[in-house]
Design a protein around this ligand. Structure first.
Ligand SMILES: O=c1ccn([C@@H]2O[C@H](COP(=O)(O)O)[C@@H](O)[C@H]2O)c(=O)[nH]1
Length: 315
């Protein structure tokens, strides 16, 4: 986690931009502008729509990355949006991670992997690569702890081997999260608190120079009170905090998830940054693809700066 914390200190900004493109979040003229090029490049015409959208995701992502590099320390590409498009989407995922890394950003792969140990070991190659070849170029991956320790150990081992990090779901931001996470256990604690204790334990032997381990926790901005209590309960666990902006979380809500020095957490916003162009009155469906991307660039940068300043104001 030391590299992430150093990057946060360098930018004085504990926020991460989520790269979660969808067809609705990319200006349609950017997608349309790629039609001819894609039609000439695919062998099977049935592939064209997915390849075209994936190519548009890449142009869009590069615009966002260029807009926020130097302002934010990290990006979090959400793999679901890319996998939905098949091989072209997965290619664009790896290209996006590579491009973000080339711009000096810490890349947090939001893949929420989780399975039995032998399969988790295969998923964990997202951190180590295979036989010296690392197609993913990510610094961290999100992991689902529902299968317990043997589903997590391969990721912890892979993170140690590759000097990378993982973030384990503890208290998620979504509306149904309480159905399981808030259930009472026999000892009076809640399920998510038991997960929190496991996460703190999984990281106990990999605490870095800044006092945080390489095993982080995902804690939703939509649960300010529980997030604050978790900060005390998990003194060596760095938090990834999604749920800011589009899901309603605010800077005041996440304040308690940081430690006394204003460290200990990084806050994600995806739609709030990459979709800012849609809320800008200057967008015009008849504008060119280049003009639309210029608007994406400006509005994403402004939104990232606003978020940074809002977080700085409470820390
Ligand atoms: O508890 C969780 C865990 C992960 N996420 C992911 O974060 C982003 C949030 O996107 P917004 O557009 O900023 O709402 C998305 O990739 C989720 O899958 C989460 O929201 N909550």
């Amino acid at each position: 986690m030391d590299r992430l914390i150093d990057a946060i200190e360098a930018t004085q900004n504990p926020s991460v931009v989520g790269l979660d493109p969808t067809e609705a979040l990319v200006p349609p003229q950017v997608v349309a502008g790629l039609a001819e090029e894609v039609r000439d490049s695919v062998e099977d015409p049935a592939e064209a729509p997915a390849v075209q959208l994936a190519s548009a995701f890449y142009e869009f992502n590069r615009t966002i990355i260029d807009a926020v590099a130097g302002i934010v320390p990290a990006v979090k590409p959400q793999i679901a949006m890319y996998e939905a498009l098949g091989p072209a989407g997965v290619d664009v995922y790896t290209m996006t991670c590579d491009y973000a890394a080339s711009r000096g950003l810490y890349v947090l792969a939001d893949a929420k992997r989780g399975d039995i140990g032998s399969t988790a070991a295969a998923y964990a190659h997202m951190l180590t690569g295979v036989d010296g070849f690392d197609p993913w170029k990510v610094d961290a991956v999100t992991v689902n702890p529902y299968l317990g320790t043997d589903g997590i150990t391969p990721f912890v081992d892979a993170a140690k081997e590759s000097d990378k990090d993982l973030f384990v779901l503890v208290r998620t931001s979504n509306p149904s999260s309480s159905e399981l996470q808030m259930l009472d256990l026999a000892d009076g604690s809640k399920v998510y608190e038991r997960v929190a204790d496991l996460v703190e334990g999984w990281g106990a032997d990999s605490i870095g120079a800044h006092g945080y381990s390489r095993v982080g926790a995902v804690v939703g901005a939509t649960h300010p009170e529980e997030g604050k209590a978790l900060r005390t309960r998990m003194p060596h666990t760095f938090f990834l905090v999604p749920g800011y902006g589009a899901q309603g979380g605010t800077a005041a809500d996440v304040r308690g998830m940081f430690d006394a020095d204003g460290s200990g957490a990084i806050v994600n916003s995806s739609r709030g940054i990459i979709g800012a162009w849609r809320k800008d009155g200057r967008y015009d469906p008849s504008m060119s693809a280049d003009d639309a991307l210029a608007l994406v660039d400006e509005t994403a940068r402004d939104a990232a700066i606003r978020m940074r300043d809002d977080l700085r104001a409470v820390l």
